[in-house]
Ligand binder design. Structure first.
Ligand code: ADP
Ligand code: MG
Length: 273
C-alpha cells in the first residue's frame, strides 16, 4: 500500500488561485521534506508556465500524451514526462493538446479513471500528489476527482461564492456516489483576502457561518499582494521570490495546516474497521 495522498485543487471558477496554491503548497510541502508531484491537468498549462516552462507545446511529452497512451493501453515510459523544478518538486506538464483529450475521453471506456490508472503506476514514489484543475467541471476535472483522495477548494474571499460552492459540492457528491466513494473535502482556503476591507471580513464570516459546520475552512487566509501575482512570470514560488512576505508566511502556515490534517488522518482508524 502506498502512503501517497492525492489532492485535487479544485474550483470551477477561474482566478481563485488554484494554480498559485498548487505551486506554493507543493513547494511548501517539499520544504518540509515531503516528496511532491504536481500534476497540471488544465489545458491552459498555467501551472507548467508558472514553474518555468512557458512553451509547454514544445515539450517532448506532456499529460496529454500520458492520458492518450493510458486510454489506449499503449506502452510508454511512465516517468518520461516528469520535469524537476529547482525548488524540489516534480511536475507533469500540461499543454493545449489536453483540450483535445476532452473529446477522446467522452467516448472512451473507463474514461473517468484514465488519470487514476496512470497515477497508480508512479505514486508510490511520492508523499503528496497535487492536481491543479481547470476552471470547469469537465471530463478533465472528473478525472482529477476520480484520482484524488481529497479536494482543497480555494475561494476568493472578496465575494460570496454560495452558488458556485453548491454546484461544486453537488459534483463532488455525484463523484462519491458513482466513481470515488472515498473522496473527501479537506477544506476551503480563503484567498485574495484584503482583510482591511469590511467586505472580505464579512465574506469570511458568512462562509464560516454557512459552511463551517459542513466543511472545514482553513484558519489561514492568503492575503492579496502584487508580488504574489508576479511569481508566475518568475518561475519561482513565493518562498523564493518574496521570502518573509505576508503571502509567503501565509502559504507556510497553510502548509502546516495541511500537514497537521494528514497526521490526524493517519492516527484515525480507517473507516469500516
Ligand atoms: P486559478 O488557477 O484559480 O485561475 P491563479 O492561481 O492563476 O488562479 O490566480 C489568478 C490570478 O491571481 C493570477 O494572475 C495570479 O498571479 C494572481 N494571484 C495569485 N495569488 C495572488 C495573491 N495572493 N495576491 C494577488 N494576486 C494573486
Ligand atoms: Mg489555474
Amino acid at each position: 500500500m502506498s502512503n501517497c495522498k492525492v489532492t485535487a485543487i479544485c474550483n470551477q471558477k477561474g482566478g481563485v488561485t488554484k494554480t498559485t496554491t498548487t505551486a506554493n503548497l507543493g513547494i511548501g510541502l517539499a520544504m518540509q521534506g515531503k516528496k511532491v508531484l504536481l500534476v497540471d491537468i488544465d489545458p491552459q498549462a498555467d501551472l507548467t508556465a508558472s514553474l518555468g516552462w512557458p512553451n509547454s507545446d514544445a515539450l517532448p511529452m506532456t499529460l496529454a500524451d500520458i492520458m492518450e497512451k493510458t486510454l489506449h493501453d499503449e506502452n510508454f515510459e511512465h516517468y518520461g514526462a516528469i520535469l524537476r523544478h529547482d525548488e524540489g518538486v516534480d511536475l507533469i506538464p500540461s499543454s493545449i493538446e489536453l483540450s483535445g483529450m476532452e473529446m477522446s475521453l467522452v467516448n472512451a471506456m473507463s474514461r473517468e479513471f484514465t488519470l487514476r490508472n496512470y497515477l497508480e503506476l508512479i505514486k508510490h514514489n511520492y508523499d503528496h500528489v497535487l492536481i491543479d484543475c481547470p476552471p470547469s467541471l469537465s471530463m478533465l476535472t472528473i478525472n482529477a476527482l476520480a484520482a484524488a483522495d481529497s479536494v482543497i477548494v480555494p475561494v476568493q474571499a472578496q465575494y460570496l461564492p454560495a452558488k458556485g460552492m453548491t454546484q461544486l459540492m453537488r459534483t463532488i457528491g455525484k463523484i462519491r456516489k458513482q466513481i470515488n466513494p472515498n473522496l473527501k473535502v479537506d477544506g476551503v482556503l480563503l484567498t485574495l483576502a484584503d482583510m482591511r476591507t469590511n467586505l472580505a471580513r464579512a465574506t469570511a464570516e458568512t462562509l464560516r457561518q454557512q459552511y463551517g459546520s459542513m466543511l472545514k475552512i482553513y484558519k489561514t487566509q492568503i492575503p492579496v499582494a502584487v508580488k504574489a501575482a508576479e511569481i508566475s512570470a518568475a518561475g519561482q514560488s513565493i518562498f523564493a521570490y518574496d521570502k518573509g512576505s505576508k503571502v509567503a508566511q501565509a502559504y507556510a502556515e497553510f502548509t502546516k495546516e495541511v500537514l497537521a490534517d494528514g497526521e490526524r488522518a493517519k492516527n484515525k482508524p480507517a473507516p469500516g474497521r
